[in-house]
Design a protein. Sequence first.
Lengths: 411, 571
Amino acid sequence: MSSSGLFQGWLIWGGGSRPGRPDAAGARSIRRSIAESGLFPAASILLLFGLVMVASASMPIAEERFGDPLYYLLRQLSFASIGLLVGAVVVQIPLRFWERVAPALLLISALLLVLVMFVGLKVNGASRWITLGPISLQPSEFTKLAAFLYLAGYLVRHREKVSSDLFAVLRPIALLAAVGVLILIEPDLGAAFVMMVVVLVMMLLGGVRFSQFMLFILFGAGFLLVAIWMEPFRVSRIASFLGDDPFLVDPRGRNYQITQALIAYGRGGWQGLGLGEGLQKLFYLPEAHTDFILAVVAEELGLAGTLSVVALFSFLVWKAFRLAMRASACRQPFACYLSYGLGTWIGLQALINLAVNMNLLPTKGLTLPLMSYGGSSLLVMMIAIALLMRVEYESCPLARRKLRKNRGSHQ
Amino acid sequence: MSSHTITGDTLVRRILVGGVLFLALTAVVWRAVTLHLFPEEVSARLPSRVNQHIGEMLIPARRGEIVDRNGAVLALSTPVVTVGCNPQEFTASSEQRSKLESLLGEQRGWLDHKLSRYTSRKYIPLKRQVAPYTQKQIAALGLDGIEFRRGVRRYYPEGEAMASFLGFTNQIDEGQEGIELAYDEWLNGSPERVSVVRDASRKAIETLGLIERGEQGRRLHLSLDRRLQFLAYRSLSMAIKGHEASSGSVVVLDSDHGEVLAMVSLPSFNPNDPVQRRGGALRNRAVTDLLEPGSTMKPFTVAAALESGVVTEKTIIDTSPGTLRIGSKTIREFRNHNYKEIDLATLIRKSSNVGAAKVALMMRPRQLWRVLDLAGVGEPTGSDFPGEGTGVLRDHARWRKVEQATLSYGYGLNMTPLQLARAYLAIAEDGVLRPISFLRHPQGDNGGEKRRVFSVETAQQVRAMMEGVTQEGGTARKARVKQYRVAGKTGTVDKLVGGRYADKEGKPFGHTALFAGMAPAGSPRIVVVVVVDDPKSGGYTGGAVAAPVFAEVMDGALRVMGISPQPPQQG
């Protein structure tokens, strides 16, 4: 059963989708599913938009660091190509496979996290990277995905107990919190925070009791405070954030990054200075091509550009939640939980990144999904999009038919 | 949606999660709109920071060159680079390091020694004033962490011969001494101000536009003659060496135009070597050093006497017994001669102190003072040379009798060699004095105010008497120039040290040998003043030490200026 399930997709990819040949009963071609879905254009636009902005933002710093203005762009392009290949494979693999291997994936991720503590590449005081020849990978990114896959599977297996048995709830939370601590050790508070929040949201949507949920919220908040107090630089970031006017506190010091980001918005105005015309990326704005790529968008493309980014992410999240609800209606719990998890993840990480860029939240090392420079982040996000596409492909014909009928009645 | 889903995502919970996300989305959108369109709402300081990238940059003007009267270059600014190093990025191998060291003309290990002192710095200047050609060679090595900064270097092709006259510039090409300082503004021009886009490391990325147009430094056309300057330099340095003198100066003037043709001061220095730019060598002694002119003042005493009518050309003065006592002071002749009864021409030819004193005492103080004052003693020459000395001539109302007597042969007043040369202009130009200029004036007139010091007849009479100095029986036969008639006057001055001319045993502290003269005597074109300070061997008189230098320089000047020879008059 399982082995045939594993190769089901491959068979379809190989012959089922040839034009002119009728599909197997009840099945659609994956290509057609992808083409009909809004996921593909939205994600593609974000990806291409991101590549263009990485090109614009990274040229000065790449020239300075490597003497090659295209250095970062070419790397990001190759990661995107790898991501397309991996995504094409992932989309062929039935969700049942992931449900089964999720615990193993989580274990491998945890082992990699332990490994990175010892052999990790240190950048800016944090060892987050494992180097494999020319590329370096960030295990914490993969851990997040593995955690959501695992939790979705767990919620399926323990659906009944979760809403009654506190122990059944505590078990995955404790396990994932332990993994979260491994991420914190790197230290990567942003990743750990995103992971735990998404885990809690999945718990909530998985039917955990409200009272227990609130308990976890309190527990998580306490945990967060401890994590913040442990590291002095986090305290200073919060302190600089709480100072209302970011310019009043030491404009060249710890607030430098955020004030330079804020300047970019005012320079952009309505429609921006034009692609490539921004000046903040000329070393005024540190990390212009990674965490602060939105500031570059804002300066070069203005309010129109910023709101486009917001709209695209909103659409992705909305689409993921729609898929989750449809999967729920189709009695596909794993697909449902996974979609919720991935949708919340993409939404939360985008929201935090945007909020940090606009000084609504203190500075955190979080990338903007699909847009920021960074191989691991891009790869994992493309896998997440591929998983959502697979969820859409696997959703039941009933729901689809209902949808089509509705659409037809509107026309 | 029913609440009986198998997944537990009840409507309430969906709304809760969706609602929280939607609220966050609203906040982000609201914030984006505010930041983009109303940044002043977020911080009052944001709008002013919007133009933080725009800055101003100065593009320095190239300093003008200095040329001599024939257009030969005397000072030139050339672009150079400062080779610097960022030790944080410098990763050259030892082989590359030794290549770099040899290109910079340094020994092995010099680089490591230099870098080891400032390992934490981000920039160390390694070598200044490197030629662009060497820069290309260094750049070809392709080393990381090596930086080039543009600069400019002033080069003086004539070296020591011109050093104290031209002066020099500092590292940013501003005049520090001499002509470079006097005409700094003219030479410097003004930098161009442009507005530029700068990156965060303040590096200019792009030029936006011109704020203020600059002006290139202008060329300075001097009246100096390069060949003559070198001749004077060589001649004077040979004399200083030969007579073991301590210093000296030569001034050559074009008497028709008041232009300085050469002005040498020794000891000198190499202006192309910044290490040598210190100490007394920097001083241009021809302009800054005050000295008592001694016997070279006697022609003016005679001229004043002729002018005031107390004597005529034929007047005989009895100088016996070779001394003259005024109060407690006894005036003696040189080497205690007794010239007995002499006329004015002999007075000049033999340089009789007693005769000059007696002539001076025939006049009222004001009559002598007026000629000296008009001749420019105690008055700037109008050259505007930095640090120019003005000299002292005390007011005649306070002269005592002995002062009036000593003034007549050049003691009790002081002046610079340049002032002395200028005073001689009055004798050369038939009594008319004009300001001195270092610049070439194509129309032949430097525009200065001319004034009459004494009459044409007086000037011609004095000049005729001065011709005798170089003839048989004169004090300076060595000042003769072949084929030309020369008029001049020697001076041998006891040095004034601490208010005294001689030590307790009556021995003088030293001498200054002078010769001032002009040629051709009939209608002078060139005036030359030679000063040699403290000659210790081979004689010490103006006639023995300064006159040969005068003859050599004058000979060269007459040829260089293309003045046709006139056979000397007999008698």
